[in-house]
Design a protein around this ligand. Structure first.
Ligand code: FES
Ligand code: FES
Length: 176
């Protein structure tokens, strides 16, 4: 008879809300978000770190959530795609995706948005080449890369034009 899987307690902040849970030690973050918290905006593709569909932001960094255990979230800050729109209003990054037609089937879109969000958390204004490099870990099976890169480039270009506090407020996951 196999021993029952050990359970682990964790307290984490997800999209600004403190969450306490008891989870199996081997539960990964993507399943925790989707199955325990109902945050199904985080998509799951390969579950082995190759496709990037499951990318979320943990403490400001893009993380493939199928490669991280939920118990590792203890004490950390998680941001998922659900945090971006407020009251059904798209945030500036999502708006750029919409206006640049940066999605086709949309399956990779949460991963792309959260990768770009992590890039925005780093500050600065990445070049097109740097944006390409950053999103290289997220595969778009519809091959819509040109428009995706243009949307992210436009987001950063427009953030230069926004006044400082407005830009901070509209930073994905920033002060609101
Ligand atoms: S589902 Fe996580 S990288 Fe593919
Ligand atoms: S829009 Fe279909 S996978 Fe990227």
């Amino acid at each position: 008879m196999t021993a029952p899987e050990p359970l682990v307690e964790l307290t984490t902040t997800v999209n600004g809300e403190v969450v306490t849970a008891t989870v199996p030690a081997r539960l990964h973050v993507a399943d925790f978000l989707r199955q325990r918290l109902g945050l199904t905006g985080t998509h799951v593709g390969c579950e082995q770190g190759s496709c990037g569909m499951c990318t979320v932001v943990v403490d400001g960094e893009a993380v493939k959530s199928c490669l991280m255990l939920a118990c590792q979230l203890d004490g950390r800050n998680v941001q998922t795609v659900e945090s971006l729109a407020v009251d059904d209003e798209l945030n500036p990054l999502q708006q750029c995706f919409k206006e640049q037609h940066a999605l086709q089937c949309g399956f990779c879109t949460p991963g792309m948005l959260m990768t770009a969000t992590a890039l925005a958390h780093q500050g600065g204004h990445p070049s097109r080449e740097e944006i390409r490099e950053e999103i290289a870990g997220v595969l778009c099976r519809c091959t819509g890369y040109e428009n995706i890169v243009t949307a992210i480039e436009r987001y950063f270009a427009e953030s230069v034009e926004r006044p400082a506090d407005e830009a901070a407020a509209s930073l994905p996951g920033g002060a609101r």
